[in-house]
Design a protein around this ligand. Sequence first.
Ligand code: A2P
Length: 342
Amino acid sequence: MSKKEFRVAVCGATGAVGQEMLATLAQRDFPASEVIPMASARSAGKTVQYKGQDLTVVEMTEDSFTGIDVALFSAGGGPSEKFAPAAAKAGCVVVDNSSAWRMDPECPLVVPEVNPQDLDWHKGIIANPNCSTIQMVVALQPLHLEAGIKRVVVSTYQAVSGSGQEAIDELEEQTRRLMNGKPIVAEVYPHQIAFNCLPQIDAFLDDGYTKEEMKMVNETVKIMGDSNIKVTATTVRVPVFYGHSESVNIETREKLTAEDVRTLLAAAPGVTVVDYPEKLAYPMAIDSAGEDDVFVGRIREDNTIENGLNMWIVADNIRKGAALNTVQIAETLIERDLLRVP
Ligand code: A2P
C-alpha cells in the first residue's frame, strides 16, 4: 500500500507554473505531509505562499531529493535534464513539465483523462505534455474511441503565460508603453507581441515547422497511442495573458454528427461543452482562466469531406495545460499505488 501522505517538492516554485502548482496542490488538498519549494540560487531564501503560510524557497541541487516522494518540475528544459535523473535516482518520482523527457521511450507522457494506464510502466520520470496538446487530446479522445480519428488540422491561439512570468510582464509593459505613445522593446519574443500575432512558437526546424508544432504532432500520437493519427499544426502566439484557444478540424473513419460530438463531449471527463450560438455563447480564453475544464464549442460538420468536423477548444494553459495536469498525474499515481519507483 502507498503511504497516506507524501513529501512533495515543487521545482521552479517561483515561476508562473510553479506558483499555480502550489495553489493547485492546496486547492485540491493533495495529501502532502510537507511541501518543499525549490528554485535556482537566485531565489533561495525568498518565500512563497502555500495554504496561507510562507514557505522558504531552497536552491535545487542534485542532492535536494533525498526523502522526497514526488517532485513536480517546472523549471525549464535545462534544469529538468540535469536534475530529474538525480531525483529519480534518489527514489523520488518526477512529474516533469518541460519538453526534456516527453519523447523519451522510457518516460510515459500522460494526460490522466486519456492514458492513465501508461503510468504503470514509469521508471521514475513521467512527462507532462505540452499545454496545447493536453487540451486538444482531452477533447479528441472520446471522439477517437467512438469513430476513429484519421487526421487533425489544428491552428492555435496561445497566451503569453505559456512562455513564463517574463512574457506576461512583457505583454503588460509593451501594452502600457504603446498606449502612452512610447517606444517598446521586445526581449522574450522576437517581435512586438502587444496588438500582434506571432506565427512562431519555439524555434524553427529545417522543414519550416516550429518545435511547438512538432510537439503537437508527436505528443498527440504518443498520448493517444495510435500512430495512424495524422496531425498537422500551426501554432501562433497572441496577446492574451491566460488561456490557449485552438481551431481544430478532424476527419474520422466513421460518421459523427455535430450532435453526436456534443453528446460524447458532454459525457467526457474534464470537458465542458459551451456551444449555444443562438446565445452567442462559445468558449473564450477570458472565461477559461482559473478553470479546470477544457471547453469545447463551435462544433460543426465540415461539409467539404465525408466525415469531417470543426470545433473550438479552449483551456487555461497554466492550469489544465500545466499545473493541474501535473498534480492530477501525482494523484493518479497515488490511486494506482505507483508513487514509488517500482
Ligand atoms: P528562479 O526564480 O530562481 O529563476 P518561469 O517559467 O515563470 O520563467 O519560471 C521558471 C522557474 O524555474 C522559476 O521558479 C526559476 O527560478 C526556476 N529555475 C530556472 N532555472 C533554474 C535552475 N537552474 N535551477 C532551479 N530552478 C530554476
